[in-house]
Design a protein around this ligand. Structure first.
Ligand code: 3H9
Length: 653
């Protein structure tokens, strides 16, 4: 048995065949906390000083190599030794240091590996510098060492996008030197022994060839266009593109940039989102509650939404039984689903074997009883209470007692749907966003009677579908559409008070929304909301301010892009201000004797943000949302709120 030497609470080592095998054990992801850094520094010093030690292997305990710097330490005073110093010591070590990547090497984890003299990985490992997703650039040499190893264009693509590469790709890019065929640590020891005697190759001493500006543009163009308004990706490109400088100059620039960005509001917002995503599925009362097993999912209604849900479910490995009213509708649904799978095949997201496996797991029917084998049935039929209640009553009779029934309603009250069944405790809402196979957000609606294990199953299924689940209580429109209504209402008040659609949209786009509200309306079409407003007219509180401008537009046949005009005109498909819309708005203002005034972009942004945040506060007070950060996730992932602003609740804090 090898003797274990402990260097700190999280770093220990054994000696095997003259090689010091250092293991980082800092659950959950072996982040390079202060204790890890000091342990590594001591381990290196020990190896340097001990004549019997010929080399070093660094590996991680558990399924991660190193998940990066400890994000929880950001914003706190730095504790020495800082990571760049530890990494420099690794590179400078007189004895060969081999990184044995047992799992993901991300951020500071990959930076540490890049400074090692050899990188060997298990085939399931992944590598990446995802710092830009946290609003920062790599701060421990990543922008300087990676291009020295793989060239400037490839490094720009990886660093500016924050993309994670699988081991096989990392090997072909020369980020890795070897994939371990058998035992990783044995192979790493073998590599370290091979390297002894020769002077170790230092990544930092390689020369980075200056890249051609057209190559730099090609690698960064799309990424920077998408990152509009964010600082980190552009800074990452700048640092990598200048990595032909002497290493020390590049590292100093990188460190200064990292520190400035780390302390920015943008980085604080993205850190908030990182932790918010991990908090969202932690629901009080669900600790220790097991989810029910789900193998087969029934989907009622194979329109756009139902088909999207089916594609997500097939992709996650579920067996899917689709139900529609007529043979024709069921066959059309099946064709749509297969068409979406074919698109995945064509784009390379799916290989031929995967496509065939998924297609085989799909069947469609018009017979309720065929849903009997389902563990979960999700309805995505027309959003009408009578239709949904009738369906749930029928389902109640054909499925097993433990089968879960989920409604995908956007606005109806799922408690009323549940009450129509014999077992309301097995009913919950799963509110998908369209297109359901693409959009990450999934509102998991906890009804009055939903059993705890039914809720736990909803969350587990959402995770397996690779969705971001956010639990919401029952209220009209749940979390997202309720905030969206408040935001839309405020935008309409602004219209009536003096702002024009293009001014409001410009303010939103300047804030970071990919598209302004009125442009989105035009894209989606105005008629569904119009029909809803007409239905609600009878129950509307007459004392509440109601803006009629949208109704006037619809009455004039301006139903959005499909009808060629809406809030804007679209000559040659180009969004253009339409004087006819301005005239309609002005007439409505005149009718109500409102004296229009002008609004600055800042004022428009503040009013809309305040409206969203105030509705969010109301949702918290009513217990509909459990945390402010859940609201932020919903608005970012379902409604285009810019992630780097942290969501409406964070932005207001
Ligand atoms: C960086 O490295 C900067 C350097 O360039 C410069 C330094 C000078 N720190 O995601 P999971 C927690 S920036 C602290 O559910 P998975 C997480 O909050 C960093 N905590 O697991 C959660 O906690 P809880 C660059 C972290 O298996 C738990 O670990 N690196 C960190 O699905 C489990 O997380 C990144 O951006 C961290 N770095 O996925 C990588 N990472 O249980 C960020 C995770 O209390 N991390 N936690 O809720 C990831 O992408 C994933 O966590 C990972 C594991 C793929 C590693």
């Amino acid at each position: 048995m090898n003797e274990v030497t402990t260097f700190s609470a999280t770093v220990s080592a054994t000696i095997r065949d003259g090689i010091l095998v250092v293991t980082i054990d800092n659950a959950p992801v072996n982040a390079t906390s202060a204790d890890v850094r000091s342990g590594l520094e001591k381990a290196l010093a020990h190896a340097d000083a001990a004549p019997g030690i010929r080399g070093v292997v660094i590996t991680g305990a558990g399924k991660t190599f190193i998940g990066g710097a400890d994000i929880r330490e950001f914003g706190k005073p730095a504790i020495e030794p800082i990571l760049p110093v530890v990494i420099e010591k690794i590179e400078a070590s007189s004895k060969p240091v081999v990184a044995a990547l047992n799992g993901a090497a991300l951020g500071g984890g990959l930076e540490l590996a890049l400074a090692c003299h050899y990188r060997i990985a298990s085939p399931s490992a992944q590598v990446g510098l995802p710092e830009v997703k946290l609003g920062i650039v790599p701060g421990a040499g990543g922008t300087q060492r990676l291009p020295r190893l793989i060239g400037v264009p490839a490094a720009i693509e990886l660093i500016a996008s924050g993309r994670i590469a699988k081991a096989k790709e990392a090997l072909s890019l020369c980020i890795l030197d070897e994939l371990a065929e058998t035992d990783l640590v044995d192979a790493a020891i073998e590599a370290a022994r091979r390297l002894t005697g020769a002077s170790p190759r230092k990544t930092g001493e390689l020369t980075a060839a200056p890249a051609d500006p057209t190559e730099i543009d090609k690698a960064s163009g799309k990424i920077l266009a998408k990152a509009r308004g964010q600082k980190a990706p552009a800074e990452a490109v700048r640092l990598v593109a200048s990595s032909h400088r002497p290493l020390a100059a590049g590292l100093a620039d990188e460190r200064a940039t990292f520190l400035t960005l780390r302390d920015s509001r943008e980085a604080a917002a993205l850190r908030h989102i990182f932790f918010a995503e991990r908090e969202a599925s932690k629901v009080a009362g669900l600790e220790g509650i097991d989810a029910r097993p789900v193998v087969t999912i029934g989907i009622c209604g194979l329109g756009l939404m139902g088909s999207g849900i089916a594609v997500a479910a097939l992709g996650a490995g579920y067996t899917v039984i689709g139900l529609d009213q007529s043979l024709e509708a069921a066959q059309k649904g099946r064709q749509r689903i297969i068409g979406l799978l074919e698109r995945n095949l064509a784009s390379g997201r799916l290989d031929q074997a995967g496509f065939e496996a998924q297609a085989t797991r799909l069947s469609v029917t018009v017979t309720d009883a065929d849903l009997a084998p389902c563990d979960l049935v999700i309805e995505a039929v027309f959003d009408d209470l009578t239709v949904k209640i009738d369906l749930f009553r029928r389902l109640d009779k054909v499925v097993r007692p433990e089968t879960i029934l989920a409604t995908n309603t956007s606005y109806l009250n799922p408690d009323e749907i549940a009450a129509a069944t014999a077992h309301p405790e097995r009913v919950l809402g799963l509110h998908f966003f369209s297109p359901a196979h693409v959009m990450r957000l999934l509102e998991v609606v906890r009804c009055k009677e939903t059993a705890l294990d039914v809720l736990a199953t909803g969350l587990a299924v959402a995770k397996r579908l690779r969705k971001l689940p956010v639990v919401t209580g029952v209220t009209e429109g749940f979390i997202g559409n309720r905030i969206f209504s408040a935001y839309r209402r405020e935008a309409e008040y602004l219209l009536e008070d003096g702002a024009l659609p293009h001014e409001i949209d410009a303010a939103l786009e300047d804030y970071g929304f990919p598209m302004g509200l009125f442009a989105v309306y035009d894209m989606a079409g105005l008629e569904i909301a119009w029909a809803r407003r007409k239905r609600q007219a009878a129950i509307r509180d007459p004392s509440e301010r109601y803006v009629e401008i949208a109704d006037r537009l619809c009455e004039a046949g301006r139903l959005g892009q499909k009808s060629g005009r809406g809030w804007y005109a679209y000559p040659d498909g180009k969004r253009t201000i339409d004087p006819e819309v301005t005239a309609i708005i002005e007439a409505e203002r005149a009718k109500r004797s409102i004296a229009a005034r002008s609004f600055s972009q800042d004022e428009i942004q503040k009013r809309l943000l305040n409206a969203m945040a105030a509705e969010g506060e109301a949702l918290l007070a009513e217990g509909i949302a459990a945390r402010a950060s859940d609201i932020d996730l919903v608005m970012i992932n379902g409604y285009g709120f810019p992630a780097y602003k942290g969501g409406p609740m964070f932005a207001k804090s």
